[in-house]
Every structure is written in C-alpha cells, then in structure tokens.
Design a protein around this ligand. Structure first.
Ligand SMILES: *Cc1c(COP(=O)(O)O)cnc(C)c1O
Length: 215
C-alpha cells in the first residue's frame, strides 16, 4: 500500500471536475514527490526557493511547480527559473522584479496576486484595495502574466467565518477579472478547509498534509 497514492485517489474522487489540485510538497523529501508523481500527480507547490530548485532538478521536466511561499526579492531569480506559477505575489515591487527576471531568463511566468482577508496578521498578502491598485498599475507586463488571486482563510473551526473569508477572496478575484479578463484563477483552500473553498468558486486547491502527512 502506498498512503500517498491512496490519499491522492481519495481527494481526486472528492474534488469536482475542473478544480485543479496543487499537491503541496514543502518540507517533504523528493521521494514523497516521486510517489505522488508515480500516482499521476503533476502539479506541486513549494514555499522555499532552494527547496523548489533542488526538487525541480531531481524531478522530470513535466512537473508544473507552483511557488506558494513568501518570496524575498533576492530569491526571485531562482524561483523564476523553476516555477510555472508564482502564487504569492504580494507587492508591486515583487511583481515588477518577477517580470524583469523572467525577461532576462527568456520566459514568461504566470502569477497570482495574494490577498489578505484572514484575521491573523501573520498571513501575508495585500489588502483587496492594494491588490487591485497593483493590478491596475502593472497591466500588460510582458513576462509576468496576472492570472488570478490566491488567498487563505482564517485558521479557525468556525465554518461560517471560513466561508466568509473565501467569499471575500472570490469577490476580489471577480473585481480583478473585470480589469484583467485573463485573470480567471482562484487558488484557495487547504487540507482542513478546501471543500468550503470549492463551494465559493475555487479553481484550484493547495493540499499538503492530507496528501503527504504532517510536516
Ligand atoms: C503549506 C501551505 C498549504 C498547504 O497546507 P496544508 O494544511 O498542509 O494542506 C497551502 N497553501 C499555502 C500558502 C501553504 O503555505
């Protein structure tokens, strides 16, 4: 028995068609990523630049890597070299740097703008107003394509609060899409709350613990 393959099969069976699964492999060894790959998973999420680079070099090239962690400006080059999607863009400065580093590398990177709606001030991201201002200031960057919004709900057992947070994230995504018709992605929902995110319109969920176990 392979628990990772079983976990993936169970989650895929529950996930509605059309919602993408980002398997969050951060802090788990490359052997675990390989098990998930052998079970058919191709999209993985990582939160640290060096770990992303090491795993990307060890895994086949058809893996689609999503960067989901706080990105320091001195790590942008490393992340741009490996990530298909940077989900955690939280400032105009970072977005412009991703664009210029991607230009330098001769590639185009999809980005999501990270919104902060949760109660905890530990969670990174922009306020809805900041996010829309950044999107408006950075329209049409040639090498960093704004594809949507990423967000997290408050870490609580209060399902109504979680659903409210996801509804607020979805509302920001809808406003962004009025400005950027190609910004169709809504990344929200983790191991403990993804069904609520799907109810509020998530187009992708980011699941770590329920696939790979505790970190
Ligand atoms: C770690 C992480 C996840 C996955 O969380 P789990 O609770 O393990 O499913 C999702 N999104 C982000 C931004 C993360 O940092």
């Amino acid at each position: 028995m392979c628990p990772i393959a079983d976990n993936l099969a169970r989650i895929r069976a529950e996930l509605p068609a059309g919602v993408r699964l980002v398997a969050v492999s951060k802090f788990h060894p490359v052997e675990a990523v390989r098990e998930a790959y052998d079970a058919g998973q191709r999209v993985f999420g990582e939160s640290r630049a060096a770990e992303l680079a090491a795993k990307a070099q060890a895994m086949p090239p058809d893996v689609e890597w999503h960067f989901i962690g706080h990105l320091q400006t001195n790590k942008v080059r490393t992340v741009v070299a490996h990530a298909s999607v940077i989900e955690s863009v939280d400032s105009e400065r970072l977005l412009r740097l991703i664009d210029s580093e991607a230009a330098r590398a001769g590639r185009t990177v999809d980005v999501l703008l990270q919104v902060h709606v949760a109660a905890e001030d530990t969670k990174t991201g922009m306020t809805p107003a900041e996010l829309l201002a950044v999107a408006s200031a950075c329209r049409g960057l040639p090498h960093a394509r704004i594809r949507g919004v990423m967000g997290m709900a408050t870490n609580t057992d209060d399902r109504r609060r979680i659903a409210d947070d996801f509804r607020n994230i979805a509302a920001v995504a809808a406003q962004l899409q009025l400005m950027e018709p190609g910004a169709t992605e809504l990344s929200m929902g983790m191991s403990h709350d993804w069904p609520l995110a799907v109810e509020q319109g998530a187009t992708s969920v980011r699941i770590g613990t329920d696939i790979f176990g505790a970190r």
